[in-house]
Design a protein around this ligand. Structure first.
Ligand code: SF4
Length: 250
């Protein structure tokens, strides 16, 4: 399956602490999409499903995994295999998904997925959706609409999107207000992740200030991080969290 990136621990992509896997590939092209680099179906990012599954299971201190993108359902058969792989080995791990499709589209077969073998598009259907859905505890569904962007609806980048609970594991009480999260991997890559990060294009000047603050925070902290790092730097992450400043709103 095509993987954009993977994060071993996050607190802004669903209830509790979660692994996050961003799948590579999406043709929905929402204006203002948080990450256009996740759109191409780039074969160089192909990983075996069991390898991704084992990596997820190796992550410590998490209660679940969230699949985001890219568009996870556009790799429908591999997504189903990966969910099954995880649930068979760790039934207690919850699974969530961020999708640009609405539930209505997925139920009605108004979606498509790309064959992992031939790159051909295949029409999605209710059966495949139901096979994936049986493994899911929650989902955030719907396109990102730049004109409806919001910062006060948990997990949703725009007001049209909906959080749907697909099992009895979670309820609205488990959702936290939107917040930001900065992860620094000590192999010198910096990542900013979170629901608000998806909306950065529509308030660029504010975002520039916000980014500068984060960069300053990063610069001030990185020396300390490096002193604290153990010999396996790539395995060490540090994270800062906080609620968004009030001015960073639409
Ligand atoms: S916001 Fe999500 S669904 Fe929309 S284009 Fe970007 S990755 Fe695709």
């Amino acid at each position: 399956m095509l993987i954009h990136s993977m994060l071993p621990r996050s607190a802004v992509n669903g209830p509790g602490e979660r692994v996050v896997v961003w799948l590579q590939g999406c043709d929905l092209r929402c204006p203002g999409c948080w990450n256009p680099f996740s759109h191409g179906f780039d074969r160089s990012r192909d990983k075996p499903v069991d390898e991704v599954g084992e990596w997820i299971l190796s992550c410590q201190g998490v209660e679940g995994v969230t699949f985001s993108g890219g568009e996870p359902f556009q790799q429908g058969t591999d997504l189903r295999l990966l969910c099954e792989y995880i649930k068979l080995r760790r039934p207690s791990l919850s699974i969530g998904v961020f999708s640009g499709y609405t539930v209505h589209e997925l139920v009605q077969g108004q979606w498509h997925w790309r064959s992992p073998r031939s790159d051909a598009w295949v029409k999605g259907d209710f059966t495949l959706f139901a096979q994936i859905r049986q493994f899911l505890d929650f989902g955030v569904f719907g396109r990102f609409r730049q004109t409806m962007a919001c910062s006060d609806k948990p997990l949703c980048g725009s007001r049209n999107q909906k959080v749907v609970f697909l099992s009895d594991r979670y309820s609205p009480r488990d959702l936290q207000p939107q917040s930001y999260e900065v992860n620094i991997l000590l192999d010198f890559r910096q990542r900013t992740r979170g629901a608000r990060a998806k909306n950065r294009n529509y308030c660029e000047s504010r975002d520039a200030i916000f980014s500068s603050c984060l960069a300053a925070l990063t610069a001030a902290s990185i020396a300390t991080q490096l002193r604290e790092a153990d010999s396996d730097r790539s395995a060490v992450t540090r994270r800062w969290e906080g609620h968004l400043p009030s001015w960073y709103s639409f």
